[in-house]
Design a binder for this molecule. Structure first.
Ligand code: SF4
Length: 304
């Protein structure tokens, strides 16, 4: 049998968790996240009809069309996915709620919605596909764009970025993780954890926009992330332009060369990292961030 035809405990193949064919740009990080969601749901033996997937507006928010074709879905208005999801979850508590959003959707127009969903402990897996750019409207800076980074047109961003992981930690989310779209070995377990969590679970996934924000100087580019990722031992990523496999150990710094020549530096959590201390998570993250490193892995989970 082809692996996609192997049946899980509830009798479904991976194909049963797929959706329509993606219309995103070839090489977009978001398609890898859709594939990770398919894999996570198959491995968790979740029947597709038990999932409700909700999104807002943006390239990321188009992706629920590309996975779990047999689940319930609602494509809401810009930045309003969390409140529509909250309402749906109050009406039907039997479904598993998966919110898919982007940095424009959740860190700009929907920042208040994001904050209150985390604060209220809405039972959901909240995935942000973070590329620091408005891809759908052709490359404006989003609220997570790095200060000093350059747009494709050469404009320099002078604003400070919003860090959704730091916010989620501060606001009381009970499961907080960061990963990279090209690191399936790390991303699938983190999504499985979020979907099984039973509280407000937030996963920030750095997901390069190959069309508008994959150049040097951007911490949301493939190169940067490949250089800074840690916590799982390898990254495999295939772009239309290149094929990259990097092996590294937990705690290791991985540097990724971006299109414009700059480096993205990812550090995976050290193997002895304790994810049950909220303040320690904040300190760990900020210490590494001050060195220009982006920390990936499960940063915090409520031990109770
Ligand atoms: Fe992905 Fe960017 Fe293309 Fe949108 S514009 S589909 S984010 S690569």
């Amino acid at each position: 049998h082809h692996p996609s035809l192997t049946r899980n405990k509830v009798g479904y193949t991976r194909r049963d968790y797929e959706g329509r064919v993606s219309t995103l740009c070839a090489g977009c990080g978001h398609d890898s996240i859709s594939a990770a969601i398919v894999e996570a749901c198959w491995e968790l033996d979740i029947e597709p009809h038990r999932v409700a997937k909700l999104s807002g507006i943006g390239c990321s928010s188009k992706t629920p069309d590309y996975f779990l074709g047999a689940s319930h879905g609602f494509n809401t208005v810009h930045g309003r996915m969390p409140s529509v999801l909250t309402g749906a979850s109050l009406a039907n508590r039997d479904l598993l709620y998966l919110g898919v959003s982007g940095d424009g959707d959740s860190a700009s127009i929907g920042l208040g919605q994001f904050a209150n969903a985390m604060r209220r402990g809405v039972c959901m897996a909240y995935i942000v596909e973070n590329n620091g750019v408005y891809g759908l409207t052709k490359g404006q800076f989003s609220a997570t764009a790095d200060r000093g980074s350059k747009s494709k047109k050469g404009v320099v961003n002078s604003d400070s970025p919003v860090d959704l992981v730091a916010l989620a930690l501060q606001l009381g989310a009970t499961y907080v993780a960061r990963s990279f779209s090209g690191d399936k070995a790390q991303l699938v377990p983190l999504i499985k954890g979020a979907m099984s969590h039973g509280g407000a679970a937030f996963v920030d996934v750095i997901s390069p926009c190959v069309t508008f924000n994959n150049h040097a100087g951007s911490t949301k580019s493939y190169d940067y992330i490949r250089q800074h990722n840690d916590a799982v031992s390898r990254i495999d990523f295939i772009t239309p332009r290149s094929e990259i496999t990097t092996e590294y150990a937990p705690g290791e710094l991985v540097e990724v060369r971006q299109h414009d020549g700059s480096l993205l530096r990812l550090r995976k959590l050290h193997s002895d990292y304790n994810p049950t201390d909220r303040n320690a998570a904040m300190n760990y993250m900020q210490t590494h961030q001050a060195r220009g490193e982006v920390v990936t892995g499960l940063l915090y989970v409520d031990p109770l």
